[in-house]
Design a protein around this ligand. Sequence first.
Ligand code: SF4
Ligand code: SF4
Length: 74
Amino acid sequence: MPHTIVTEICEGVADCVDACPVACIHPGPGKNAKGTEWYWIDFATCIDCGICLQVCPVEGAIVAEERPDLQQTP
Ligand code: SF4
Ligand code: SF4
């Protein structure tokens, strides 16, 4: 199952972006409610490797399931 970046918890650190082996993590426009940059995962391309979850320093910013209700996309 694809992973999800929780838009309102992500702090835009972007460690996940370079770590993703299939380059499916993209920047979102503008800022989230925390006032930070945010990223989103393309569910159709994600291979569910879990690396993003291992490298993200922000507790709860990535969840190991497909949750379009938690993740905004452009
Ligand atoms: S999901 Fe985590 S590592 Fe990726 S941009 Fe957001 S805070 Fe940074
Ligand atoms: S689970 Fe793997 S493929 Fe999916 S977004 Fe995270 S690093 Fe990329």
